[in-house]
Design a protein around this ligand. Structure first.
Ligand SMILES: [Zn+2]
Length: 417
C-alpha cells in the first residue's frame, strides 16, 4: 500500500486534502493542513495513553524524535516488531524525526560524514549507515532522512548553505540505497529534507534535486528559530514550495504559533508539529486564543471577560528558561501562575471548551497545582492545550472548505497585537 495524497481544494498555494493508505496496514488517513502528535518516545508529554484518549481530534501521525530512541536500538533489534507496537501505539502512524524540537541542538557539530543529534545523554554522531541501521530496528512508518540542517543560528554564508545542501543530498542518496537493502524498511516512507539556509539558489537546488529522488514527502528544514527575518522565511518558502511536486506532503518543524502556521499554510505547507502546545504547557500557560470564525456574539463576550486585556498581560509577560533558550509567552495564551488566577473559579477558557480540564477544574485549581509543583498541573494543562491546538487545525480545514480562511486569519491576527 502506498501513501497517497488527494487534494480536494487548492486556493493559490494553499492545499486542503487527505493523506490516505497510512500506517503498516495502510488503513489510516490524515487530513491536511494538519499537525503531528508530539511525543517523547511514543507517549504524549505528561499523558498516559488513557488520558490522551479523552483529548479530541488527536492527530493520527505521532512524532517520535530519534535522539530518545537511539538507546533502544538493541532492544528493538531483539523485539523485531517495530517501535509503534513497542511503545503501545500499534495503530498510530509513527514518524521518526531526526531531532527533538524541544531540545536545543548546538551549532557546529556536523561534518560531511555524520550529523550530530542531541538527547538527554548528550551528543550522538549519526553516519548514514548507523542512522539506517537504527531505522531498520525501529521500523517507523515515516522517517526524516539524515540531513545537515545546521544553518539556523545567525548569518549563514553561501558556502555553508551550499555545504548543507551537498551533504544532505549525499546522505539522502546513501540512505535510499541502504533502504533498498533492508526488507524491514520496504513499507516505510522516507521524508526528504530541503536545506540551504537563507540562500535562495541553494534552497531551489535542494528542492529540485530532492524532488528527483523517490521520497514520500518533503521536510522544509532550517526555518525554525528567529535568526532569519520573517519576510525572508516566507519568500524562501514560497519559492521552494513552487519546485515541489503537488502529490506529496510538505512538512515543517519548529513553527507552531497559530499566526505563523496560517501564513505557512497559505504558502503550501501541509503538516506541522505540536511542540508549541507542549512548550505552552511547560511554562504554566493555557492556550486561550479564539479560532472561531463564525459570528457568535455570546462567545466573544465570554472571551473578553475571561481574558486579561492585552495591556495587563503585557506587563506580566513571563519569560521561562527552557532547553531551547528563552521561550517567551505569546499572545495566544494566559499564564496560570499569575496571582490573579488564585481565586478565579472559571474554566481555563470560557465559552465552552469541552476538554477534561475545563469541564472539571478551575483556573484557581490549576494555579494552586502550579504553585505547589504538583505533576497534575502539567497533565491538565497538556490535555487542554493539545485539544485547543488540534481544534484550531480543524477550524483551519473548515475555514478552507467554506472559503473563510481570510476571516479566520483576521481573527487570529487581531489577537496578536
Ligand atoms: Zn479546555
Amino acid at each position: 500500500m502506498k501513501m497517497k495524497l488527494s487534494l480536494s481544494k487548492v486556493v493559490g498555494s494553499c492545499r486542503l486534502g487527505t493523506l490516505t493508505n497510512l500506517g503498516k496496514k495502510g488503513i489510516q488517513c490524515m487530513d491536511i493542513p494538519g499537525c503531528l502528535l508530539y511525543t517523547k518516545m511514543g507517549s504524549a508529554p505528561h499523558l498516559t495513553h488513557d488520558t490522551l484518549k479523552t483529548v479530541k481530534d488527536v492527530p493520527v501521525v505521532a512524532q517520535l524524535p530519534l535522539p530518545a530512541l537511539v538507546e533502544l536500538q538493541e532492544v528493538m533489534e531483539e523485539y523485531k516488531e517495530g517501535i509503534g507496537k513497542f511503545v503501545g501505539m500499534p495503530d498510530s502512524v509513527v514518524y521518526c524525526s531526526l531531532h527533538d524540537p524541544a531540545i536545543f541542538s548546538p551549532p557546529g557539530y556536523n561534518n560531511k560524514k555524520a550529523v550530530s543529534i542531541w538527547g538527554s545523554g548528550g551528543r550522538m554522531e549519526m553516519t548514514p549507515s548507523k542512522f539506517m541501521t537504527i531505522q531498520q530496528a525501529l521500523q517507523p512508518d515515516w522517517f526524516q532522512c539524515l540531513a545537515d540542517g545546521d544553518t539556523i543560528a545567525g548569518e549563514v554564508s553561501k558556502k555553508r548553505a551550499k555545504k548543507s545542501v551537498d551533504r544532505s543530498l549525499s546522505f539522502l542518496d546513501e540512505c535510499l540505497q541502504l533502504q533498498e537493502q533492508f526488507p524491514e524498511l520496504q513499507e516505510s516512507v522516507m521524508i526528504g529534507v530541503i536545506e540551504g539556509g537563507n540562500v535562495l539558489e541553494e534552497r531551489l537546488r535542494s528542492a529540485k534535486e530532492t524532488a528527483k529522488r523517490p521520497v514520500g514527502g518533503f521536510l522544509l528544514d532550517g526555518f525554525q528559530g528567529t535568526a532569519m527575518a520573517k519576510d525572508t522565511k516566507l519568500e524562501l518558502l514560497s519559492s521552494v514550495v513552487a519546485e515541489l511536486p503537488e502529490d506529496k506532503p510538505r512538512l515543517i518543524h519548529g513553527i507552531g504559533r497559530p499566526d505563523e502556521v496560517l501564513e505557512l499554510i497559505e504558502r503550501g505547507v501541509d503538516v506541522f508539529e505540536s511542540c508549541f502546545p507542549y512548550q505552552v504547557t511547560e511554562r504554566g500557560c493555557a492556550l486561550s486564543f479564539s479560532y472561531s470564525y463564525h459570528p457568535d456574539p455570546d462567545r466573544d463576550v465570554l472571551q473578553e471577560n475571561g481574558k486579561p486585556t492585552m495591556e495587563e498581560s503585557k506587563d506580566e509577560k513571563t519569560k521561562t528558561e527552557t532547553l531551547s533558550g528563552v521561550q517567551e509567552m505569546t499572545a495566544f495564551e494566559i499564564c496560570l501562575k499569575e496571582k490573579r488566577y488564585q481565586d478565579d473559579f472559571g474554566p481555563l477558557v470560557s465559552g465552552g471548551c469541552s476538554c477534561y480540564c475545563c469541564q472539571n477544574h478551575s483556573r484557581a485549581y490549576v494555579h494552586h497545582l502550579l504553585m505547589t509543583n504538583e505533576l497534575l498541573a502539567g497533565v491538565l494543562l497538556m490535555m487542554h492545550n493539545f485539544q485547543h491546538y488540534f481544534a484550531f487545525f480543524c477550524s483551519v480545514r473548515d475555514a478552507l472548505k467554506e472559503d473563510s480562511l481570510d476571516k479566520l486569519k483576521a481573527i487570529i491576527f487581531r489577537q496578536t497585537d
